[in-house]
Design a protein around this ligand. Structure first.
Ligand code: SF4
Ligand code: SF4
Length: 382
């Protein structure tokens, strides 16, 4: 028998949900949502399950991940129930349920945990630098640049990078496996032929790289179309920049953190500039749209959304300053800024990638993949 959690509404409000109990089931949101079809009243089904507190059904559903928050449903709701924001809150809630460590739930629902973890991880980096940094030489390279690798040899930094990347991958992949168990693995009524998992896997890569699900929100209003396309393009620019920067610092650190000063057209600089511009443009765009509350999806901002943007902004700015100080031969500002840069970057990656905002970028493509696998299996059964 289905388990009902009478306190569910209260719990979900901690993840950002508004007053969804006001829903009187009129169906306007389902009528406008492009994801609705005859088998799925999208997003009304999620609203009903949330109102009833049916957690098991919610935790085995992929619907919150298929929604790209176009906001059409929220605009048409006569009760101001804000179904789009409910779907967003459910994504945060599900992230905490997939996470076996329990950290995601704590980070989403407690400011003490959120800010305490950032301070703790930043302090770890500071302590490591206090005890293990190399000489702070004021001698410059032949090209007039700072000898950053004397102060922070890339081989040592790379060891830390690899440990961090291993931890991030372990937590994120084990949480995705947990998601799989909830959605498919532990449900006896779902039988998937093995070959379907392989056949459909390319969709994880496609949707991770393009976030293509956005295009399903096909509003007819031209202003809104432009707004959504802009959002998608900037989101894509930000995400590709984030991924490029992550690969540069984790896989190619020896090539990226060099004391050489290359010409501006060198691939090392061009990739760095692409990622830096993408991160800067993205962060500014999302800051402004959240401050202006100009779109449905930016009307309500959870504290973790701000934290992510602030950490990303600080990581980008400090990275730019390290670059400027280094190539213009300013040793002490380079060294101090480099430490500060890592004090921001490390918590941002450790918290956001496996447990918070960034993990949504991984859960979405997997949700689409699982959804396709389940649909294909149902077709074979018929
Ligand atoms: S439009 Fe609002 S009131 Fe109507 S079903 Fe959707 S959420 Fe409920
Ligand atoms: S935000 Fe858009 S995609 Fe999501 S449920 Fe509402 S109408 Fe559907």
């Amino acid at each position: 028998m289905a388990q009902i959690n009478p306190d569910f509404a209260k719990e979900l409000k901690e993840y950002g949900a508004l007053d969804f109990n006001a829903c009187y089931n009129c169906g306007n949101c389902t009528a406008v949502c492009s994801l609705s079809d005859k088998d799925n009243s999208f997003p009304r089904k999620m609203i009903r399950l949330s109102v009833l507190g049916l957690e098991d059904e919610l935790q085995t559903s992929l619907d919150p991940w298929l929604c790209y928050y176009c906001g059409e449903c929220s605009e048409t709701c006569p009760q101001n129930t804000d179904p789009g924001e409910l779907m967003m809150s459910l994504r945060r809630y599900l992230t905490s349920k997939y996470d076996w460590t329990g950290l995601a739930g704590k980070l989403y629902t407690s400011k003490v945990w959120e800010f305490g973890s950032i301070i703790f991880l930043a302090a770890v980096i500071l302590v490591l630098f206090i005890f293990f940094h190399g000489p702070m030489t004021t001698e410059l390279t032949a090209e007039g640049g700072v000898k950053l690798n004397t102060f922070a040899p890339w081989k040592q930094v790379e060891i830390g990078d690899w440990i961090m990347a291993g931890l991030l991958s372990f937590f994120l992949l084990s949480n995705i496996f947990n998601m799989y168990l909830k959605i498919i693995g532990r449900r006896k009524e779902i039988k998937i032929p093995l070959k379907l998992y392989f056949k459909e896997f390319w969709k994880v890569i496609l949707h991770f790289a393009t976030q293509l699900q956005f295009s399903k929100c096909n509003t007819q209003i031209s202003n809104k179309k432009f707004e959504l396309s802009t959002y998608w393009i900037i989101h894509l620019f930000l995400m590709t920049s984030y991924v490029i920067m992550f690969i540069l610092i984790v896989v190619f650190l020896g090539w990226f953190q060099t004391d050489n000063i290359y010409a501006w057209w060198h691939p090392q600089r061009l990739l760095g500039y692409y990622a830096t511009i993408g991160l800067t443009v993205g962060v500014i765009y999302f800051f402004i749209s959240r401050l202006k509350k100009s779109q449905e999806k930016t009307k309500h901002t959870h504290v973790t959304d701000w934290t992510f943007l602030v950490l990303l902004f600080l990581s980008t700015i400090t990275g730019i300053l390290v670059h400027i100080f280094r190539i213009y031969g300013m040793p002490y500002p380079t060294y101090y800024m480099y430490v500060f840069h890592l004090m921001v970057l490390f918590p941002m990656l450790m918290i956001e990638v496996p447990f918070s905002k960034w993990s949504h970028l991984a859960y979405r493509p997997f949700a689409i993949y699982f959804n396709n696998v389940i649909s294909a299996a149902k077709k074979i059964k018929k």
